[in-house]
Design a protein around this ligand. Structure first.
Ligand SMILES: NC(=O)c1ccc[n+]([C@@H]2O[C@H](COP(=O)([O-])OP(=O)(O)OC[C@H]3O[C@@H](n4cnc5c(N)ncnc54)[C@H](O)[C@@H]3O)[C@@H](O)[C@H]2O)c1
Length: 377
């Protein structure tokens, strides 16, 4: 199956993953008819990058807010496939809960309504491993899959919004479209994504540059996770989009969620930072700054202070219990179901992913050093 002649809308098209998906869509050998790129804002650099592609597909830029129902209705007119990546990611609590909910959950509901109204047939939602966990007890999962039972008591707002949005997406599968036919939906639960353009990696790089090129040990070595390279998670979106167009494969996929990882060897989040930069001369602290239990109570203390200060000013703790758990719980998942149902296999090996990401980090170092020097001067 190809995406020839498809009209596709990508939300969050200016983001880290969104841009990568757009590049793959633009590079498709059998061109799509039209690609609409929706985001709240596009940087001039992003627009220039898109403009470099001289494919046959018509490209339209739509700047606007996912919470704007009228804007979404216009954006969905004549579209047959939606890849919905737009979201606010917030792991520290910088964003007010209401805004997070409005963008991540209400925005997704509005988009689904616009689909029914405008007869969009296929809807792919970029979900997250955080929908599953880890839970507040830090129960580990090793090589889990879509059948793995897990008791998750979610308390952290970002994870909860992703879970609710995914629920709405999967529930919308089979809804009758206005002009006949049905809406077909699915969700990809992505592992933590690394690669060129990752804001998280850039932040970690800054922290280690300020720490004499030594990465902070934010997770213990045994807390194995299996992050996914951005090129591979983008590739998974393409594979599932193509499979949805095949009525036989669509039967398997519709209304389902899939874990998407790749062949990145399991390692802790902190060790990933180290692996990506060790050839550039970076090191890593050998141990957590304090025993894990203490780290947990330290996070609780900071959260309590934040709560007490709330009537006077907004204090955002540098860590919280959810983050301590997330960083220190073994949580690995297989992509076997995605392989079986829509033929997903990673496009890039771990070595390629590491090399590409490492090169990008190397290119960042001079400018980040300069930036940090000016900031601390
Ligand atoms: N980065 C990760 O490690 C990771 C892991 C698992 C899942 N995900 C999911 O992947 C998706 C993409 O993540 P990303 O890392 O590319 O994040 P990103 O922040 O780079 O991209 C998200 C995009 O959504 C846009 N957006 C935010 N609010 C909007 C609004 N109100 N209206 C329109 N657009 C809006 C942003 O401008 C941004 O370009 C998200 O849904 C995220 O939950 C990310």
């Amino acid at each position: 199956m190809s995406l020839a002649g498809v009209t596709c809308l990508v939300t969050g098209a200016g983001g880290f993953l969104g841009q990568r998906i757009v590049h793959l869509l633009l590079e498709e050998e059998e061109a799509l008819a039209e690609i609409r790129l929706l985001d709240k804002v596009f940087s001039s650099e992003t627009l220039m990058n898109f403009a470099r592609y001289k494919g046959k597909a018509e490209v339209k830029i739509l700047e606007g807010d996912i919470r704007d129902a009228a804007f979404l209705h216009r954006a969905c007119q004549g579209i047959s496939l939606i890849i919905h990546t737009a979201s606010i990611i917030d792991i520290l609590g910088h964003v007010e809960k209401q805004l997070l909910w409005e963008v991540n959950v209400t925005g997704t509901q509005l988009l689904l309504e616009a689909c029914v109204h405008s007869n969009v047939q296929y809807f792919i939602y970029t979900s997250s491993i955080e929908v599953t966990g880890p839970n507040c007890r830090g129960d580990p999962i090793c090589n889990g899959d879509e059948e793995t039972a897990y008791e998750s008591s979610l308390t952290f707002p970002y994870a909860e919004t992703k879970r609710q949005a995914e629920k709405h997406v999967l529930k919308a599968d089979g809804q009758a479209l206005k002009a006949g036919g049905i809406l077909q939906t699915c969700a990809l639960r992505s592992m933590y994504i690394f690669g060129e353009g990752s804001q998280f990696l850039q932040n970690h790089l800054d922290q280690s540059l300020l720490n004499k090129n030594i990465h902070l040990r934010t997770s213990r070595k045994e807390a194995l996770v299996n992050p996914v390279y951005v090129g591979n998670i983008a590739w998974a979106h393409m594979q599932i989009a193509k499979a949805l167009k095949d009525p036989e494969k669509a039967k398997q996929i519709r209304g389902q969620f899939y874990y998407i990882s790749d062949d990145t060897p399991p390692m802790s989040y902190a060790d990933l930072d180290y692996e990506l930069t060790k050839e550039l001369g970076f090191g890593i602290e050998p141990q957590l700054p304090m025993p894990l239990v203490m780290l947990y109570y330290f996070a609780l203390l900071l959260e309590s202070l934040s709560f007490l200060f709330r009537p006077f000013f907004r204090y955002i703790p540098s860590t919280n219990r959810h983050l301590v758990n997330l960083m220190n719980t073994q949580f690995t998942f297989s992509y076997k179901k995605a392989q079986r149902d829509f033929g997903y296999v990673p496009h890039y090996t771990w070595e390629e992913a590491k090399q590409r990401t490492g090169q990008w980090i190397a290119s960042l170092i001079p400018q980040r050093r300069e930036y940090l020097k000016n900031k601390t001067a």
